[in-house]
Design a protein around this ligand. Structure first.
Ligand code: URA
Length: 229
């Protein structure tokens, strides 16, 4: 009798292993984003959380004091493509997400043109709080937020880094360069331990003001689409 029970238990254990019983008996919700490859390592999630916390703890910052929400990021932290814009505007401040206003609508179209969307890329900004009246962030503000975005890049560790517009370009590549000469080229760059291929293209808000430049942005987008990663 004992023997019979034992063999039954062994069979049951084997069966449970086979069906991954944790999924059935675990009380935790199943992460359905897993299918979209959204699940990130605990370390990466912890690092992102820590980074976000250190930004919210920034002291004596006018931008933070005047903003409604931190705008940290959107998209897939596992993506090999990271995009960086300038700073949040009113809509982004309201929703706490980057590129959700008019420039964001154009950015979504640009991504769609090369078969990408927000679930396939990761998006952030040089500055995480809305500058009052949507003014450009000052050099001092950029300097203050630079360690955060550099760390952000290091954590995400993208293979491709897309800098949208001259504020992102000047902050991360250098002040002496102009976008008309820098866009549409691959630049190999290191941010901490992250080695990445950087490409600079026009900011969607600029493209709304200068639609004739969209053809240049299209060249840059195709370079991103065709890059082997
Ligand atoms: N412009 C940016 O640079 N970033 C945003 O998030 C929105 C508009």
């Amino acid at each position: 009798m004992i023997k019979k029970n034992n063999s039954k238990s062994v069979k049951l254990i084997k069966f449970y292993k086979l069906i991954n019983h944790n999924l059935i008996y675990n009380n935790k919700a199943i992460n359905r984003y897993k299918k979209d490859n959204f699940e990130i390592s605990k370390d990466k999630a912890d690092d992102l959380e820590k980074l976000k916390k250190s930004i919210t703890n920034i002291k004596n910052c006018n931008l933070r004091n005047n903003a409604k929400n931190i705008v940290f990021s959107d998209g897939n932290p596992k993506s090999k493509i990271m995009l960086i814009g300038e700073a949040p505007g009113a809509n982004e401040d309201e929703e706490g997400l980057p590129f959700v206003g008019r420039a964001g609508v154009l950015l979504d179209k640009m991504l769609a043109a090369i078969d990408l969307d927000r679930k396939k890329v990761y998006i952030s900004n040089i500055i995480n709080y809305r500058p009052p009246n949507n003014r450009r962030p000052t050099d001092e503000e950029i300097k203050r937020y630079l360690p955060f975005i550099t760390k952000h890049i290091e954590i995400i560790n993208p293979k491709i880094l897309v800098l949208l517009g001259s504020t992102a370009m000047n902050a991360l590549i250098g002040n002496k360069v102009v976008i008309s000469q820098m866009r549409g080229k691959w630049i190999e760059k290191k941010f901490g331990n992250c080695k990445t291929s950087v490409i600079i293209t026009f900011h969607p808000a600029f493209l709304m003001r200068q639609p004739a430049q969209k053809k240049m942005a299209w060249i840059d987008l195709k370079m991103i689409r065709d890059k082997k990663i």
